[in-house]
Write a protein that binds this ligand. Sequence first.
Ligand SMILES: Nc1nc2c(ncn2[C@@H]2O[C@H](COP(=O)(O)OP(=O)(O)OP(=O)(O)O)[C@@H](O)[C@H]2O)c(=O)[nH]1
Ligand SMILES: [Mg+2]
Length: 343
Amino acid sequence: MAALSYARRAMTADRTADRSRDADPAGLLAAASAGDRLALARLLSAVERGGPRGRQVAGLAYRDGAVAPTVGITGAPGAGKSTLTGRLVAEARASGLGQVAVLAVDPSSPFTGGAILGDRIRMQDHALDHGVYIRSLATRGHLGGLTVAVPEALRVLSAAGMPLVFVETVGVGQVEVEVASATDTTVVVVNPRWGDAVQANKAGLLEVADLFVINKADMPGARETRRDLEQMLDMSAVGDWRPPIVDTVASTGDGVAVLWSEIRRHQELLAAGGILAERRRRRLEQELRRVLMARIAAEADRLLAADGFRSVADEVAGGRIDPYDAADRLLAEVGRAAGNRPT
Ligand SMILES: Nc1nc2c(ncn2[C@@H]2O[C@H](COP(=O)(O)OP(=O)(O)OP(=O)(O)O)[C@@H](O)[C@H]2O)c(=O)[nH]1
Ligand SMILES: [Mg+2]
């Protein structure tokens, strides 16, 4: 069986990992591609921490050029995302994928990486499956935060040879929506509660959703939630693809096969129409914008804390220059500094 031979390869790679190569990102990436999970974990940790080394790893993964298909699973805390992801992982493995990765992202609690992994991912079924790689991601100082770290991590996973990556994102705030929309197919999970669909709309999830899941369809109210979602979809501009709404009971697996086939259908549609390339280009533009903003913000912060700012502020206070001219002068400095700094 493919899974078993992969597991054997992974264990061999673990044992023979050349320690002296571990510091070198290129060596780590080669090891990760050969199935060394420790090497992969170290690359992802570097990306998570950011800084010069994170940047080096991110650049290497970018130049590798591999782009794995990605599926985002997002929704309110406790909606059943992890249970659902576990089921989808099983579907993906059963469909013949040698490996699947899951990236768990919780923007609301950046320092609980280990805890998310232990407590929040309910995928015990996969704990012994070496074809499944599960990892949580926090920000740990990455300039630009999760919205930049997640696409970088996805490229590391792609470069390491993962043929499919699920991204579970907890929460429905602005950052969560941005993280969720960094995937090819974005699945929004709601529960059959009065107002859940409306909440999703308010949070901007309606715009990024390629698919809706009404999970916990065994609870009362699923029909009303579906009706609310349909109404909202009726009112929003829908192009070639109207997001399907799938009922699931993740705890029993009901509806998961339908969800999986809808995900596949969406990914096929993306690939066929050249839409995928266009989407990915737009995402890279977004990413570039975020990297730029983060660097400018960091420079502005540095500037605001420096003496130069105080002296310009004194001039404004003294009536010698107006705030706009002062801002022009400071902005020119931000530009010079941001352009000169290596990271
Ligand atoms: N009744 C019912 N319970 C479910 C269903 N799916 C998941 N649950 C339960 O809901 C609880 C939360 O499930 P999780 O999969 O951890 O939800 P989550 O969205 O990943 O949670 P966070 O990551 O903490 O946001 C667990 O107790 C599950 O067993 C379902 O379809 N029906
Ligand atoms: Mg979860």
